[in-house]
Design a protein around this ligand. Sequence first.
Ligand SMILES: [Zn+2]
Length: 367
Amino acid sequence: MKYSGIGGQAVIEGIMMKNGDDYATAVRKPDGQIEVEKDRYVSLTERVKFFSLPFVRGVFSFADSMIIGMRTLTWSASFFEDDEDSEPGKFELWLDRVFGEKLETALMSLVMVFSVVMAIGIFMVFPMLLSRVLKQVIPSETVMAILEGVLRILIFIGYIKLISRMEDIRRTFMYHGAEHKCINCIEHGLPLNVENVRRSSKEHKRCGTSFLLIVMVISILFFMVIRVDSLWLRILSRIVLIPVIAGVSYEFLRLAGRSDSRLVDILSRPGLWMQGLTTSEPDDSMIEVAIHAVETVFDWRAYLAENFPEQEIPAEKIPAEKILAEKILAGKTSGESFSQGNGAAEQSAAESIRAEKFSDSRPVEAG
Ligand SMILES: [Zn+2]
């Protein structure tokens, strides 16, 4: 396995893939076409030197992925807005008049702050309060810390199980699987096509789900050592220590993502198991969307040629239709959003290329 440096997130009916400062979001629109948007985001860890220091960078790269996540999620959601009751209400009109352009940014920030506060309440403070109920029965503070940690993980699993009953979330988890499978496909030296992606694993060590589990496990160790008597201090410690715990957890995940050692492998396993809850097997149309996102920001042919010289890389065939499609794709460099194939001719050209690209999947040795 070779580290490729790409990472991504699932959005609504699509995938965001990031490589360095570039990121691309591909969405399957209601009309069946794939829309890709390429953009740049210079991460906080790059903008401020201090933010990139070990144990500090974890918090800021988490913030980075929240920011990109919200941006791309909002973009993807814009394709699925209900147009049926598009008549804006009086309140909406008033909001629009008072806040104008800033409204969306303000609402997004509000949603982000609200979700962070809710998450801290439900996953950090609540398990602690719940475990204190058994304080009379369990005299050992060490056992209490473990109990709190176990409750935290159980609440998290329950939450995932609950939201995965929603159809939208269920599909998002399938796209999440597609994202991992694409990265695994490339990092195991296989040419990126639907066939190879389908057979790649849907679990990946460098994943947000693993990160959250590591945070929960490491917080057990933290709260075993840090003991305070007052309830308020205990609640406060569950809040102010989050950045510290997240910082430590990030370093572990980073190490795990680049290492092939057996110990790291064993330690990564619970996280991979947890990913079983947040990823599902995608269908081919989802894989196709994910491949679009990858190819917009990452030259996998160059990567394979450099890291897997023994791998035969299928040459890009250039039929006449392909040249036509190339012209369409050329529009993508400006950071503007572009649609794959607008006219009927372009559409059919793009279709035939897609069909061709996916048909040259000769059997390849895995790993
Ligand atoms: Zn993931």
